[in-house]
Design a protein around this ligand. Structure first.
Ligand code: ZN
Ligand code: ZN
Length: 295
């Protein structure tokens, strides 16, 4: 096998309209790593069929470029049960029989998550579905994976609050790759960050941050971003949504033509004096897939 250096990519995804059929925003998440042992570690995968096909093409291309005869996924982390992260599952798992998925990490707190796991197990009965817990550590090839947050303790603190702020049910992990840390919080929102701020404080410090909840409202506060103190920011959103998050009074006009105020004071504060590198997933293009390497 060719010598492979572990590498991470962020992929642009389609507009999301899963919970508001009349509206459509450029949020959604699809990030994958090719590990030094020739297997993949994947986070989410976007909204639906086009994202599923697009991701398969990109995995195939990455496998080909590295002389790999097949796509093997060591762990597929579905951060939480929202359509812009797990909507691709039905199509992907039913269609791509050639992809071996050894493990899926998932929450099954809500009905969407339960249905997702049923689809996965029906199509790949050998796949291990792992429910992770805070404090666990795994090694995948040369990558260390730490579990920093999972919904169980938040549910014990305040189940109703978690149901209201269910982005906080995201599995939050931190990877260490060649000595660099990458914080991957999915859509973790205020409830989860309050918990992590108290539990970890300055130990949240990470080199690369996948900005939570696409940088949209309830993402995290500037206080939390200061603790993380990242040098690289990854925004899992489209270019237009990114601009709208930062500019007060600049309205995002959805596909139905309605203006939405998506300005987020915390995201603005995060980016305003930021000296490092900012990588925005970008605008989806099925013919010319938009993919950016960040490590
Ligand atoms: Zn999301
Ligand atoms: Zn979400």
């Amino acid at each position: 096998m060719k010598k492979i250096e572990t590498q991470g990519y962020i992929v642009a995804v389609t507009d999301s309209s899963y919970n508001q059929p009349d509206h459509s925003f450029e949020n959604g998440m699809s990030i994958f790593y090719l590990l030094s042992d020739g297997t993949f570690l994947i986070y989410d995968g976007g909204q639906g069929e086009e994202d599923s096909e697009n991701l398969y093409k990109l995995l195939q291309k990455t496998a080909d470029n590295n002389d790999l005869s097949k796509i093997t996924v060591s762990a597929w982390i579905i951060t939480h049960e929202h359509g812009d992260h797990m909507g691709f599952v039905d199509h992907f798992f039913a269609t791509y029989k050639d992809v071996e998925v050894k493990e899926v990490w998932a929450n099954t707190f809500y009905s969407w998550g339960k249905a997702m796991v049923e689809t996965i197990v029906k199509n790949k009965p050998y796949c291990n579905v792992r429910v992770v817990e805070i404090g666990q550590e795994y090694n995948l090839a040369d990558v260390k994976v730490e579990v920093l947050c999972a919904p169980e303790p938040l549910r014990e603190i305040d189940a109703q609050a978690l149901d209201r702020d269910n982005n906080s049910a995201s599995i939050v992990t931190r990877l260490t790759i060649r000595g660099k840390t990458v914080l991957m919080p999915g859509d973790a929102s205020f409830l989860a960050w309050d918990y992590m701020k108290d539990k970890y404080g300055r130990a949240l410090k990470s080199d690369i941050l996948q900005v939570p909840h696409h940088g949209a409202n309830n993402a995290a506060t500037k206080e939390v971003y200061d603790l993380i103190d990242a040098q690289t920011l990854l925004f899992p959103c489209g270019d237009r949504l990114y601009e709208t998050l930062l500019n007060k009074g600049d309205y995002y006009v959805c596909k139905q033509g309605c203006p939405h105020d998506l300005y987020n004071t915390h995201t603005h504060a995060l980016v305003e004096d930021f000296k490092g590198q900012i990588i925005v997933a970008g605008t989806f293009d099925f013919e010319n897939p938009v993919i950016k390497r960040f490590i």
